[in-house]
Design a protein around this ligand. Sequence first.
Ligand code: PRP
Length: 213
Amino acid sequence: MEYIEMALAKGRLVDTTLELFSEIGLTFPTYSKRSRKLFFTNDEWQVRMILVKSSDVPTYVERGAVDIGVVGKDVLLETEAHVYELVDLGFGACKMAVASKDEAYQRKPKPIVATKYPHIAQTYFRDKGQPIETIYLQGSVELAPLVGLSDCIVDIVETGATLKENGLHVTEEIASLSARLVVNRASFKTKFQRLNGLIEKIQAVIDQREGRQ
Ligand code: PRP
């Protein structure tokens, strides 16, 4: 039987994802937070897992380097990868939002928006008929309006603590986000039985957690 190849986003989603997998009996005993190893195997389940940078997960799945991936909806919205998004895993819940010191940017003809998500920002404001200029930053985006680099930001808000501690607040909500299970389109046909079996088990745990059963 062929192995199922899987990519997980390195970082904050890994532990929660592995916890979910362990609830269906799928474990990777050689995984440890401190190890620098990037691939792990469960020979009994015939599943191989690799850890990749979050923003790269859709690339691995779309191009068929792996069959299945777990990644945040933020990355899926930004990349618009051609993959099947099959399960909302429920965890990693947060929001994509516009934030600023005040609402003054809304009266500017072309406000400057700092963001790690230029595609999401452009799409959101274009749909509102509002032209913007985006400045791409890789992190600590909240600093941009404070130092005059931008008029507002588009970023992830989880607890809201980062915004609050930097004198910003949410001015517009763009989308609700959470971790999603995505599948390569060809793999879903060629490995349908195995992938569907795995997905059904995962979905059952999610349903149970959300009190739907
Ligand atoms: C994310 C996001 C916000 C923060 C939101 O940043 O970009 O900065 O978390 O969380 P909060 O609402 O709970 O404060 P991350 O920690 O990934 O680091 P970054 O600054 O490098 O993007």
